[in-house]
Ligand binder design. Sequence first.
Ligand code: ATP
Ligand code: MG
Length: 415
Amino acid sequence: MKQSLLFVPTLRDEPKEAEIISHKYMLRAGYIKQVAAGIYAYLPLALRSLKKIEKIIREELDAIGASELLMPALQPAELWLESGRWNQYGDTLMRLKDRHERDFALGPTHEEVITFLVKDVLNSYKKLPVSLYQIQTKFRDELRPRFGLMRGREFIMNDAYSFNENASSLDETYEKFHQAYINIFTRCSLDFRAVQADSGNIGGSESCEFMVLSDIGEDTIVYSDSSEFASNIEVHNLPVGAPSPDGKGTILHAKGIEVGHIFKLGTKYTNSMKAQFTNEEGNREDILMGCYGIGVSRVLMSIIEQNNDDKGIIWPKSVAPFDIHIIIIDPKNNNQTAVATQLEKTLEKRYEVLIDDRFERPGVKFSDSDLIGLPVRVTVGKNIDNGFIEVKFRDKDEKFEVKIADLVDFINENY
Ligand code: ATP
Ligand code: MG
């Protein structure tokens, strides 16, 4: 892909509105642009990474037998009145009226809609359990939208819902999601911790949050220095130095960004919305429900928050918008352009390649390249006359002079 054709509006100056490093780099490197407070456009580079995160999510959720669907963002008030949340949810719910003065909301979450969809369909124990998921834009009129994509008023969420016939079936599904979430965040190269959580106003019993460890996190995690014990401070308000409740080690605190949350909801929605099934004994019962959510756009920003240096983003391989950045030092030099174009063709058989063919000074190209943060940089300059090009990996300082003929092997071995 030619960089001259891609829309990457990089900025020279520090964006004043950005308080955290990931927000600063996403703006400066041309990944996002704010349209209104807490509302952003994902520009082409960001969208490529977003799609990779979504692909990882789809692969892991498909693997546990969940199936994808897509629900409407526009939701009728009737469903929210039925669940009791129309009045409960408050100002965070984006409300609007249609031309007939009927009330609607832009979905901040989809428990009501999904319960409406399955009720009377999943009507027998023989049809349970079922898990459904979607990846969709959500709307929440947050009191303080901030840190760019971290707390938006419009954001992308992957939400999933399970319908189970009894507690052990729900336990089993919950464990599957728990493991799938660990796989997803690991594949996204995030340094995270699964912590016990408060189930908040969604209601229900067991609940677990997935926290990316970061000083800019809004949540405080209390954890043991010598066991798996970790909890949101909202659940276990333990001071630093206290003995861990599991008897192993002492308590430390860390800050976390919540990127995922799983709940055992129980019958909160199925009861109020009358989603029942016939059990093996022939009796009617409320379906048990679980709900599971990942902040997809927040994940994107969290990856950057944890992977950067003073020059820009350092993308992990699995979610980088492209693998390789080819820099043509002098695009007016026909030899350089020819070699670079040939390399692009060859590398594209195996990798995603961005080629900087812009008529810019080399210094600008290198600093933009560091800012954008693709894992491999291949520089095509004067040294091609001797048969060499330069290779550098974004996460290391070393530069390698590599024979043009050996480039593909070199990248295959070292990337
Ligand atoms: P928070 O405590 O950060 O407000 P939440 O607990 O209200 O989030 P959930 O209802 O659990 O959010 O939503 C599932 C996931 O969606 C969260 O774990 C988070 O990653 C993401 N998320 C929630 N609100 C936002 C937002 N305003 N902007 C971006 N992502 C969000
Ligand atoms: Mg939550």
